[in-house]
Design a protein around this ligand. Structure first.
Ligand code: ACO
Length: 525
């Protein structure tokens, strides 16, 4: 793409514009007639106040808004990032990449002169960015957003639509209607089980909960280490357990052997975690009850007693919702490690390490900590404004892929509400206030509640201690990781990208005489 090419050369003009007060069905007609994917939204004074796209319409109808009664103002993206006609296409491409918009308004002073679509830009970028073989590698965007690095049939996230699925099935629907074991089978075996398959699979998972020889004592030792932290302890336990199981390089295993080893580790992870937890609390470990499914056994091993059905089901829904989520950082990590032909234990240990970061899996306890710090509803707004003013991020908000409601947060909000309690009402007040404050102080960034906000509330309500939130997430995500590991191993290619070197020009001369003393010392020695 030539540096000189400007937005003016590519934008759609004149801009299609609509008033913010018209209904979704009227907006849809305008888009249809003009055959465009988005329109600029103007207020009564003719000033640009937002953008509305086909996706906004689809999303709002999908969320039950009545298209004849809902106004464009209610669903549009407010305060969009603006371009001017003389901006370079390169600049526009960077905004599209970083901010994940699909359409941008192009301004001529206060007037909307045109609309630039990602499609206009990609057409040009594709033609000119194809490089001859052997030339220097192109630089992918930082954070790799928008770059597909593998093929997968496990599942996908459609961030703009607020939708994610496991092997084609809406994951929220699976969480509403299925058991943990049914969805586990779907992810690792490729399809939902019938009754016989489910019974056989459940028997396998219950049988796989048995600790290998020697591990029980080591777990006691890990839990007694100074600075015990459950996720770090789990990471170590996974590593030694898979070694004790004689975990072999996936490169040397058949696909069915990989699946068996994966199932064993996924069944053992909660057992390891709960033993560590109980040792650390000075309590006797509790063996999993073979009559209980994954979620109920999880709580039984945690607390030493059978949970109520409502508690087990609430946790089960959380666990199903977090089993997998597209090509997230920890899943990517597990695939990179598997791509070297390494063993499943190494891939899972690395994945837990990636999940440990607060930008990925480490936020739910921080979201609750934020609720604690706020203390009471009347302090919410002041606190949240001060946090953002100080450059802090509100934990439980924002997502790399979702630029609309995170569908997991929608179901977890409902699960939390069904469990009830003062904390749920308080959380919901803080959520509403945070969304208002984010929209005002971070306009156009499209920051919404993510899975972590209500995850903390739900886990707290069913008795999972705060320091066990991320480890609990690790347990369910192990199912997704194992599905990814098996998929990578079955059709492997070493993942080995390049980096663009930006240091001092190479080769560099060592300074005169540098290292001579060392050389003399080693000769003398
Ligand atoms: N609070 C306030 N501002 C935010 C937040 C937030 N939670 N998230 C993003 N922003 C702002 C950024 O400051 C930035 O503003 P700027 O344009 O003024 O610089 C803008 O939104 C874009 O931010 P990015 O860093 O580009 O967004 P990215 O896609 O990298 O971030 C992330 C996604 C890491 C999840 C981020 O939203 C965040 O830190 N959230 C809080 C932590 C959290 O909830 N983590 C759990 C995520 S869910 C999961 O992984 C399972």
């Amino acid at each position: 793409m030539s540096d000189a090419m400007t937005v003016a050369a590519l934008m759609h003009r004149p801009a299609v514009v609509v008033r913010d007060s018209i209904t979704l069905s009227q907006a849809s007609q305008t888009l249809d007639e003009a055959n465009v994917g988005a329109a600029a939204v103007l207020d009564g004074d003719g000033s640009l106040v937002g953008m509305v796209s086909e996706r906004d319409l689809l999303h709002s109808v999908g969320h039950g808004h009545d298209p004849h009664a809902t106004s464009v103002a209610e669903v549009m993206t407010r305060n969009p990032v603006r371009l001017t006609a003389s901006d370079s296409v390169q600049k526009a491409l960077e905004i599209f990449r970083e901010r994940r918009f699909r359409h941008l308004p192009v301004m001529d002073g206060d007037h909307v002169a045109g609309i630039l679509s990602i499609r206009h830009v990609v057409r040009v970028a594709q033609i000119e960015e194809v490089k001859p073989a052997g030339s220097a590698p192109g630089l992918a965007p930082r954070g790799l957003e928008g770059v597909a690095v593998a093929e997968t049939a496990v599942g996908d996230v459609r961030g703009e639509e607020g939708f994610f699925h496991y092997r084609g099935y809406n994951a929220v629907e699976l969480a509403r209607r299925c058991s943990f074991e049914q969805v586990w089978h779907l992810l690792v075996e490729g399809d939902l089980p019938d009754d016989d398959q489910l019974a056989a699979f459940t028997r396998l998972t219950v049988g796989a909960r048995k600790l290998p020889e020697g591990i029980a004592d080591l777990l006691r030792g890990i839990a007694a280490l100074p600075n015990y932290a459950p996720l770090a302890a789990l990471r170590s336990a996974v590593s030694i357990t898979s070694a004790a199981l004689g975990s072999q390089p996936t490169l040397d295993l058949s696909p069915s052997q990989v699946r068996i080893d994966c199932l064993r580790m996924a069944a053992l992870v909660p057992v390891l975690l709960m033993r560590l937890h109980r040792h650390a609390q000075g309590l006797q470990p509790v063996d999993p009850d073979p009559d209980l499914g994954y979620a109920a056994a999880y709580l039984q091993m945690l607390n030493g007693e059978r949970p109520t059905e409502a508690q087990a089901r609430a946790l089960e829904q959380y666990l199903i919702l977090t089993m997998d989520h597209g090509f997230n950082s920890s899943t990517f990590t597990s695939r990179v490690i598997t791509s070297t032909g390494s063993d499943i234990g190494s891939a899972l240990t690395g994945a837990i390490g990636a999940l440990a970061g607060p930008l990925h899996g480490g936020a739910p306890s921080r979201a609750l900590a934020m609720l604690d710090a706020i203390g009471s509803p009347d302090r919410a707004e002041e606190y949240l404004r001060a946090e953002i003013g100080a450059g802090q991020r509100l934990m439980g908000f924002g997502h790399r892929v979702y630029k609309t409601d995170d569908p997991r947060s929608t179901l977890l909000r409902q699960v939390a509400t069904e469990l009830g309690g003062d904390q749920v009402d308080f959380a919901s007040h803080v959520e509403r206030t945070a969304l208002k404050v984010l929209e005002e102080l971070k306009p156009g960034r499209r920051l919404y509640t993510n899975v972590e906000f209500y995850a903390g509330v739900v886990m707290n309500s069913v008795g999972v201690p705060r320091d066990m939130f991320t480890p609990t997430f690790a347990c369910s995500r192990t199912v997704g990781w194992t599905a990814a590991i098996a998929e990578q191993a079955a059709n492997n290619r070493l993942i080995r990208p390049s980096a663009l070197y930006v240091g001092p020009p190479a080769p560099r001369e060592l300074p005169d005489g540098y290292g001579a003393a060392l050389h003399a010392a080693s000769v003398a020695g």
